[in-house]
Design a protein around this ligand. Structure first.
Ligand code: SAM
Length: 244
C-alpha cells in the first residue's frame, strides 16, 4: 500500500514537526505508512522581510494572510506531484465539525494538504480557489490552524492499517463502535482499597464482553444521549433489514 502523503502549509512549521515525532503518529511516519512535508508560508513571501499578511480591506482590527504566498505554495506543491489528486483542507472555526467519519474517509485518500491560518484568517479568494473542504475542530477560536491540523492528522493516521500495534484497540475505541468506551482497569487488582470489578479477573471472555457492552451502553446513555439514540436506531434498522 502506498503511504498517505500529507502536506501542511503553516507559518509555524516547527509546531507541526514537533508533533510529528511523537507516539503512534511519529512511528507511522518512521515506518513510511505516511509521509509528511511541512511548508513554511513565509518562504513564499515576495518581499525580503517575508511579510505574508496585510490589513483587511474595509478596515477593522487584525491582519489577513495575503493570497499570493498561499497560491504560490500550492503551485509549488502541485508542480511536485503533477499526477496526484490533492485533497486540500483549510482549518477554520467556520468549517464543518470534524468527526470520526471524516477521519475514516480522509485516511483512505492519496494525498492531503492542510492549510493553517493565522491572525484574522486568510484572503477569501484562496479559500474559494484552492480549498476542497473546510474543517473546524470545535466551537472555540485558536490562534492558528497548526494544532487543529494536527488533531486531524493524529485521528487520521491512527486509522491507517498497521499504524497501531493492536489494530483491534482502534476498532473498540469510542467512535468507530458508536458507543463510548467501557471503563478501563490495569494492575494492581486492588489499589488504595479500590477493587477492579470481579468479572474482569474471571478469564470468562463471554462474560467480560457482556459486562463491557453493558457499561458502554450505560455510559453512552448517560453522557451522550445523541450517540446512544443513533446506536439504537442503527440496531433497529439492522433488525428490520434482517427481518425482511
Ligand atoms: N477570524 C476567524 C474567525 O472568526 O473565523 C478566526 C481566526 S483564528 C484567530 C486564526 C486561525 O486559527 C484560523 O484561520 C484557523 O486556521 C485557525 N483556527 C482557529 N480556531 C479553529 C478551530 N476551532 N478549528 C480549526 N481551525 C481553527
Amino acid at each position: 500500500m502506498n503511504p498517505l502523503k500529507i502536506d501542511v502549509i503553516s507559518t509555524f512549521p516547527g509546531i507541526v514537526e514537533t508533533f510529528a515525532e511523537m507516539g503512534i503518529v511519529g512511528r507511522a511516519f518512521k515506518q513510511n505508512l505516511a509521509q509528511l512535508n511541512v511548508w513554511n508560508l513565509r518562504d513564499y513571501a515576495d518581499d525580503r522581510f517575508r511579510h505574508i499578511d496585510d490589513e483587511p480591506y474595509g478596515g477593522g482590527p487584525g491582519m489577513v494572510i495575503k493570497p499570493d504566498p498561499i497560491f504560490r505554495a500550492f503551485d509549488d506543491i502541485r508542480s511536485r506531484y503533477p499526477d496526484e489528486a490533492l485533497h486540500t483542507i483549510y482549518l477554520t472555526p467556520q468549517g464543518k465539525p470534524f468527526n470520526q467519519e471524516h477521519a475514516q474517509w480522509l485516511s483512505t485518500q492519496e494525498h492531503l494538504v492542510f492549510l493553517c491560518g493565522r491572525y484574522k484568517g486568510i484572503d477569501q479568494r484562496a479559500r474559494e480557489a484552492l480549498v476542497d473542504e473546510e474543517f473546524s475542530i470545535g466551537d472555540y477560536v485558536l490562534s492558528g490552524g497548526e494544532l487543529a491540523a494536527f488533531v486531524m492528522i493524529d485521528a487520521i493516521i491512527r486509522l491507517l492499517p498497521d499504524a497501531t500495534s493492536d489494530g483491534d484497540s482502534v476498532i473498540s475505541d469510542t467512535f468507530p463502535f458508536g458507543l463510548l468506551d467501557a471503563p478501563l482497569y490495569t494492575r494492581p487488582a486492588e489499589y488504595r482499597g479500590m477493587q477492579v470489578p470481579e468479572v474482569l479477573l474471571s478469564g470468562n471472555h463471554a462474560e467480560i464482553e457482556k459486562w463491557r457492552l453493558e457499561h458502554r451502553l450505560e455510559r453512552t446513555k448517560q453522557r451522550r444521549k445523541d450517540l446512544f439514540e443513533q446506536y439504537m436506531r442503527r440496531l433497529e434498522d439492522r433488525d428490520n433489514e434482517q427481518g425482511q
